[in-house]
Design a protein around this ligand. Sequence first.
Ligand SMILES: NC(=O)c1ccc[n+]([C@@H]2O[C@H](COP(=O)([O-])OP(=O)(O)OC[C@H]3O[C@@H](n4cnc5c(N)ncnc54)[C@H](OP(=O)(O)O)[C@@H]3O)[C@@H](O)[C@H]2O)c1
Length: 367
Amino acid sequence: MAAVARGRGLPRAWLCRRAGPGCGRHYRAALCAQLKQPLAIEEVASRPVQPHEVRVDVHFCGVNFADILVCRGQYQEKPQLPFTPGMEFSGTVLETGTDVSTVKEGDQVIGVSGFNGMAEECIIDQKTLWQIPEGVPLREAATLPVSYGTAILALEHRACTRPGETVLVTAAAGATGLAVVDVATNVLRAQVIAAAGSDDKCKLAMQKGAQSTVNYGRGGLKEAVRKLVGSGWVNVAIDTVGGDVFLEALRSLAWEGRIVVVGFAGGTIASVPANLLLLKNVSAMGLYWGRYKEQNFPVFSRTLSSALQYCQQGLIQPHIGAVFKLEEIQKLRSREGRCSDLPDINGSREWQSQDPSLVVWLRSPGT
Ligand SMILES: NC(=O)c1ccc[n+]([C@@H]2O[C@H](COP(=O)([O-])OP(=O)(O)OC[C@H]3O[C@@H](n4cnc5c(N)ncnc54)[C@H](OP(=O)(O)O)[C@@H]3O)[C@@H](O)[C@H]2O)c1
């Protein structure tokens, strides 16, 4: 990617006035030039849009666990350096290619980009943009795709959760966990047990709507769940932690229970004892939300449309842990030289745990 110093520090409006759409103008982007190093901000040159593409003026970009992994070279996809992280964003359509029919200039949209979201401008295929309905703020909308898309897919499409069923959510105060608690409680009307590693996290999950909590930092998850639900156990478990937490969640399932493997935040991948599946006719299933984009686009797209619709109806309320400006990303530090009040893009457990659903604020609408 051609990073240019020219234009650095000039007001964005000035840069925009200099030329027509796409050509001759520049925008600021966060760049990962070296893995495990702080991100830099560079002025990069705009390119023309292809017929099927849309140029979006990005206002907010969500920061996810996967962004951290990708900047450390630990994600399953490894983009070529230098690259701009950021998988989800919200913004306003600036320009459309000649074949674009789904959105028009001025529309407010959310987008799911492989990477590239942490920039003032993003060029993206029209297929991976969804219109933001009236009443949904751009800031909240930016956090919907990954966490709520995953939560909806896990609960509705994979586990087929029914109203009144009991749902156990691990890492319930993480970005994904909170979204699962929100959707399970407030959309699907399930009974939610939120499991997390501290009392503060349990409290946050309760505020989102969970009926009861388990602090697994204090002891065994299965035993605590048994005390809450007795021999009825839980119908659905959504796990983002892996390791022993996953195994205890599996052992907490009821007859014909379903467990969805969403992530391994704890760093350990457990093996499934197949006899546990047999004994109670239990199903263990995996979920990789982003993969649905290629494998089953209608299902993928529905998770986004549903998230926007639930948000517009006031059923769900995304939790925003912190909002910081693009300029502040330069202050992000590696583990070795941590900046206490800002997230560590190189993957410290601390900021992951304290600030689910971070958002990079690129600019305010209308400025
Ligand atoms: N499969 C998919 O499509 C998909 C989609 C989204 C996310 N994910 C995965 O789901 C996991 C959680 O993502 P998230 O966005 O919810 O992350 P997050 O907001 O950073 O929350 C992660 C949570 O995991 C728990 N945790 C346990 N051990 C940890 C460790 N060693 N380091 C960090 N956190 C640890 C923490 O809760 P406690 O202290 O309460 O245990 C923490 O709050 C990640 O592995 C992510 O890659 C997968």
